[in-house]
Design a protein around this ligand. Structure first.
Ligand SMILES: *Cc1c(COP(=O)(O)O)cnc(C)c1O
Length: 389
């Protein structure tokens, strides 16, 4: 398994301590939630600790931004009210006429934002299979500003070669943004491969408990950090202090959670691929995955996102109706609990039938976010539901 480059302190140590230093006033070990809209000033133009207004800065937010940057190996990060708010903030750094190259099977909300809102602002988008780095190179034009890659993709678990794409982007003077939501920095750190920024929906593995919404952009340069701070202050879609605290608390157990997600994910993937009612399994940790070697090289583990083919919409419906002892039918992923969903009608409804056909997403596909329950219980629930097909 690929070894990630070590930071000065280990990953789990950073997740627990960076940004969570005891409070300087009281020694409180638990970071404070600072719910304030504004801050007292000693005299005109002299805020006490540099804090002026909560849309601009907040101490709980500062702590989280520092922690997430450490985990991804960035210089700092900027957190937003949701993953989509982070994507929107990123796109407000584009100018009229700019072009973005996007992975063709990304989180469904991303093309919805691009095709149904941002095209109206004279921004251009093209979608390519970024698992073929050559296609990325071909898609880059004179006006291309960003290459936006999700790897593994949602829901087909296709892998893009981050190092190869970063090289192309750097040669062409284009910035590479990687949505790292599925792997989390514990298993994949795109900045180390040359990406310029990393984006997450913190709603998923980073927070990890399905109880909050958020997004983050991790920056590799001061210029990005300053621009995004200006966007936080100006456009205002920031993460609230309470949500910041939840994520700060959630990431403290990221390392142990991801280890268990990975173990359970592998066992469930093996179970599914041996089941007679399952036609095909998409999981980068299985040696029959088309990019197994790349996955092994680029990722420290394979995570717990699995998509599988049941053969038809009717079969998928039957299965989803029967699960329930452990697996919950719901959108979203990355929480401690196992969630199961139907991409064609849920997360990927917005891209339409034609869009789904283009990426090979069928009506019989079911996606599972394997939680960290006892894996025997997850498998038993899936087994009884599959046998109903
Ligand atoms: C959920 C998700 C998003 C959007 O995040 P929200 O927090 O729901 O706005 C973006 N990318 C990926 C890969 C996701 O799973």
């Amino acid at each position: 398994m690929a070894k990630q480059k070590q930071q000065e302190i280990g990953f789990a140590t950073a997740a627990i301590h960076v940004g969570s230093e005891p409070d300087s006033l009281t020694g409180a070990v638990g970071p404070a939630i600072v719910p304030t809209s504004t801050y007292a000033q000693d005299e005109l133009g002299k805020p006490r600790q540099g804090y002026e207004y909560a849309r601009v800065t907040n101490p709980t937010r500062d702590r989280l931004q520092e922690c997430l940057a450490a985990l991804e190996g960035g210089i700092t990060s900027r957190v937003f009210a949701s993953g989509m708010a982070a994507v929107t903030a990123l796109c407000t750094m584009m100018k009229r006429g700019d072009h973005l190259v996007c992975t063709n099977n990304v989180y469904g909300g991303v093309p919805r934002l691009f095709n149904q809102i941002l095209v109206n602002y004279d921004l251009e988008f093209s979608y390519v299979d970024t698992s073929n780095a050559g296609l990325v190179e071909k898609a880059i034009r004179k006006n291309t500003r960003y290459v936006y890659v999700e790897t593994p993709t949602n829901p087909l678990m296709t892998i893009s070669d981050l190092e190869a794409i970063a090289k192309i982007c750097r040669r062409k003077g284009v910035e590479l943004i990687v949505d790292n939501t599925f792997m989390s920095p514990y298993f994949q750190r795109p900045l180390e491969f040359g990406a310029h920024m990393v984006l997450h929906s913190t709603t998923k593995f980073l927070n990890g408990h399905s109880d909050g919404l958020g997004g983050v952009i991790v920056c590799s340069t001061k210029e990005q950090a300053d621009k995004l701070a200006f966007i936080q202050k100006t456009a205002g879609a920031i993460m609230s202090p309470f949500e910041c605290w939840l994520v700060l608390r959630g990431v403290k157990t990221l390392a142990v959670r991801m280890e268990q997600h990975n173990r359970n994910g592998m066992k469930v993937a093996q179970f599914l691929s041996g089941h007679r009612k399952v036609k095909r399994v998409f999981y980068p940790g299985l040696p029959d995955h088309a990019q197994y070697d790349l996955a092994k090289r680029q990722m420290g583990g394979y995570g717990s996102m699995i998509t599988f083919e049941t053969g038809s919409l009717a079969n998928a419906k039957k299965l989803l109706k029967r699960v329930g002892a452990v697996c919950t039918l719901a959108e979203s992923l990355g929480g401690v609990e196992t969630l199961i969903s139907h991409p064609a009608s849920m997360t990927h409804a917005a891209i339409g039938e034609k869009g789904r056909k283009e990426i090979g997403l069928t009506d019989g596909m079911v996606r599972i976010s394997v939680g960290i329950e006892d894996v025997e219980d997850i498998i038993a629930d899936l087994d009884q539901a599959l046998n109903a097909i």
